[in-house]
Design a protein around this ligand. Structure first.
Ligand SMILES: [Fe+2]
Length: 184
């Protein structure tokens, strides 16, 4: 791992203490530092796209299950499913316009896996240098991606755990399911 990346991750790990909302307040400014140093941290392997879906390129994964950092590459028209992460996270944009559309769970069975009702929430458009965050309070439910008529985007995603699965929602079926997520 590049020395500068090692130092920034170590600082994030030190600052990520307390409740999830405390963690993102502390870590969001360090994401700006990561964005500013991205050119000396990232290599060509972190900019790989996938024609079939957005690409999750691992940058750093704590061996003992702590933080994980991914460089995501989004081609026009590539979106996540509706999902929540079950942890906190901080996202920074390197290139392009990354869009996040939010959902609000309006049934009264928070965390149950069936009888899910979602209402549409707001939208966020993030340009290079933007940093956003989320906390599981209760669940931050969203889709992220790049619209058809925009250029590709690259973003950095730091999570409070090793992000190898998350919950996806099916609005028609009213379900929430845990699925594994692949990485390059
Ligand atoms: Fe997400």
């Amino acid at each position: 791992m590049a020395a500068i990346l090692h130092d920034i991750i170590a600082t994030m790990r030190d600052k990520a203490v307390g409740e999830p909302a405390d963690c993102v307040v502390s870590v969001a400014p360090i994401m700006r530092e990561l964005l500013a140093n991205a050119k000396s941290i990232l290599g060509p392997e972190h900019y790989r796209a996938n024609p079939d879906h957005y690409a999750r390129n691992p940058v750093h994964i704590d061996e003992k299950g702590g933080l994980s950092l991914f460089a995501m590459v989004w081609s026009p028209g590539q979106w996540t499913p509706i999902h929540d992460h079950g942890t906190w996270g901080v996202v920074g944009v390197l290139d392009g316009i990354l869009e996040e559309r939010n959902f609000i769970r309006v049934d009264d069975r928070s965390h149950e896996f069936d009888h899910v009702k979602l209402a549409r929430g707001g939208v966020i458009l993030m340009s290079p240098g933007s940093v956003t965050s989320f906390v599981p309070n209760p669940d931050h439910i969203h889709v992220t991606g790049v619209a058809d008529d925009r250029p590709s985007a690259v973003s950095l995603h730091l999570y409070g755990r090793v992000m190898n699965d998350y919950h996806v929602y099916d609005r028609d079926k009213g379900t929430r399911r845990l699925i594994s997520v692949s990485m390059n």
